[in-house]
Each structure stands twice: as structure tokens, then as C-alpha cells.
Design a protein around this ligand. Structure first.
Ligand SMILES: Nc1nc2c(ncn2[C@@H]2O[C@H](COP(=O)(O)OP(=O)(O)O)[C@@H](O)[C@H]2O)c(=O)[nH]1
Ligand SMILES: [Mg+2]
Length: 297
């Protein structure tokens, strides 16, 4: 399946919720107060969020009035343009050696995403090692090992319960001696022990800074799209412990709340670099604003 088709398929549920309604609404060709009220209602239903929705509608109304738009097709293009402007066009440029630390709460898809990222980088001709720094449960590093096998990359892991920062230290040493391009660090996400978790992440970060001061360092937070607007608050929590550079939004395929990408872009100053659209190794895509818009409306 092609890249474009995958994104479109992944966003199917969101499109089912809002795409057809939007289409009906625009087709009427009457752009009065009722139109904007209804538009607001539809956008909110896909978790685009209140502030973002209000901004979209205000800008759209202004431009449509100014340009005296009455053609439904044209109006629809205007909406897409406003959304595109919010989404912007930022991509993750790898500049190896690179250390990517992946954080987020339990179950959002960190380990899976690391497997998928390893696969993407390998396909781009980079060498990759993954660090199993979620040492809290033995199952966590076993799961990462399965992904490392699938992506055909090396894994550094320690015993269950060992110090996550020590795993990272070993992974970095190994990467330095083998001149590996990318180190992917998997971390724990047990938020019920928030203070410990945050201290752990800070410590990992210090080890990376100390051992690889000249490396490109990227902290990615993984968010689960099915949690909709709640995902946004997790960014604040983790940003307190480590500076987040980018977002991976997973499980877009399982939700009609795909509009949350717009809310994230609008409310947070952190780019969405990748989106997850399934459980397979090829189901992670670099975020592309235009395909995304085509996918939802
Ligand atoms: N449908 C779907 N499931 C996903 C996606 N990413 C991860 N998952 C599933 O989410 C569950 C939790 O993933 P895991 O990587 O263990 O999360 P972690 O606890 O953050 O490491 C697993 O069952 C994954 O298969 C995605 O993009 N789409
Ligand atoms: Mg995990």
C-alpha cells in the first residue's frame, strides 16, 4: 500500500465523523451564521479543540467575507488552506550521530514506535541501536527485542530492575565505538510514580548530554490519538522533566479524534513529526500536512 493511501486509510474514522458532514454543509452554499455554527460543531466533534476551532472559523469567516466567496468548492479550499497554515511544514532532519529518547505514559505506543522508527532509519541507510531503558518490567525489554529483531537492529539491555541510565550509558558507548548513526532510547511510562519517572528521565538526559555532547539530541513524546484532547496535558507534564522536541501521535487508525493533530499544532509549540496508523512495522508515517488534510475532510 502506498504512503498516501495509508494515511487516508488511517484517518478513515475521523473522515467518517466529519468529512461527509462538512461536505454536506459546504454543498448547501449558504455561508451565514448557521453555517459557521454548524462548522464549529463538526470540527469540535473531531477533537480539533475549542481554541483551534474558534481560530479556524474566525480566519475562515474573515477571508470568505473579504473575497466574497459563495462557491462551495472555493470555500472548501479556503478551509483547507487555513488548516494547512496551522499545521505548518516541519520535518525531522536527521543529522547523525543522533540520540532519540522516546517518552510518554504507559500504553501509548513507545516501544512499538521505536521498532517502526528503527525500520524507517534502516531503510534510509542509517545504522541503529536501541536501548531498553524501560527496565521496570522484564516484558518491556523482551517486547523491544522482538521489534529490534523485526527491524534488524542491535539492542542493548540489562536485567529487570536495573538502572535505566546505565542501559543508556552502555548503548551510547556501543554506538560510539561502532560509529552507529542513531540510538533510540525506550523509557518507562508509569505515571502513577510520576516523581520517580521524571527523575529517571532527567538522569537519562544527563547521561546523553554528558556522553554525547556533540550528538544531535531529540526528545520525542508519544501521544495516543484515541485519548483526544487529554493527550495535550501529557505534553506539559513531560516537558517539565525534559525539553520535548517533537511529537509522535499513534493510533490515528483507531479513532475519530484525528483532529487532535490540529489542536496539538495550534496549542503547543512542538511539531508532530510522525503518526502511527497501525500495529505493523510499516505503519508509521512522517507527518505530512497535505495528506493529513485530504485524509480528514
Ligand atoms: N492501532 C494501532 N495500535 C498501535 C499503534 N501504536 C502502538 N499501538 C499498540 O498499542 C499498544 C501499546 O503499545 P506499546 O508500544 O507497548 O506502548 P508503550 O507502553 O508506550 O511502550 C500495543 O498493542 C501496540 O500494538 C498505532 O499506531 N495504531
Ligand atoms: Mg513500552
Amino acid at each position: 500500500m502506498g504512503f498516501f493511501q495509508k494515511i487516508i486509510d488511517g484517518l478513515k474514522k475521523t473522515k467518517q465523523r466529519i468529512g461527509f458532514k462538512l461536505n454536506e454543509l459546504f454543498k448547501r452554499g449558504i455561508f451565514n451564521d448557521d453555517f459557521y455554527d454548524e462548522l464549529e460543531f463538526i470540527l469540535l466533534s473531531a477533537d480539533i479543540g475549542e481554541d483551534t476551532t474558534i481560530d479556524i472559523i474566525e480566519t475562515l469567516r474573515e477571508r470568505m467575507t473579504e473575497d466574497n466567496i459563495s462557491d462551495p468548492k472555493k470555500a472548501n479550499e479556503y478551509l483547507k488552506e487555513v488548516m494547512l497554515e496551522i499545521l505548518g511544514d516541519e520535518h525531522l532532519e536527521l543529522n547523525p550521530p543522533t540520540v532519540i529518547t522516546v517518552v510518554g505514559v504507559n500504553g501509548v505506543g513507545k516501544t512499538t514506535t521505536i521498532g517502526k522508527l528503527a525500520n524507517i532509519f534502516i531503510k534510509k541507510g542509517k545504522s541503529v541501536v536501541v536501548a531498553a531503558a524501560d527496565t521496570f518490567r522484564a516484558a518491556a525489554s523482551e517486547q523491544l527485542e522482538v521489534w529490534a529483531d523485526r527491524a534488524k537492529v542491535r539492542i542493548i539491555k540489562h536485567e529487570e530492575g536495573s538502572d535505566p541510565a546505565a542501559v543508556v550509558f552502555d548503548a551510547l558507548s556501543s554506538a560510539k565505538s561502532r560509529k552507529t548513526d542513531v540510538v533510540l532510547v525506550d523509557t518507562a511510562g508509569r505515571l502513577h510514580n510520576k516523581k520517580n519517572l521524571m527523575e529517571e528521565l532527567k538522569k537519562i538526559n544527563r547521561v546523553v548530554e554528558r556522553e554525547c555532547p556533540n550528538a544531535q539530541r531529540i526528545n520525542l513524546i508519544v501521544l495516543d490519538a484515541t485519548t483526544g484532547q487529554n493527550a495535550l496535558s501529557q505534553v506539559d507534564v513531560f516537558n517539565e522533566a525534559i525539553d520535548l522536541d517533537g511529537i509522535v501521535l499513534t493510533k490515528l487508525d483507531g479513532t475519530a479524534k484525528g483532529g487532535v493533530v490540529l489542536a496539538i499544532k495550534h496549542d503547543m509549540d512542538i511539531p508532530v513529526y510522525f503518526v502511527g496508523v497501525g500495529e505493523g512495522i510499516d505503519d508509521l508515517m512522517e507527518f505530512d500536512a497535505e495528506s493529513y488534510i485530504e485524509g480528514i475532510i
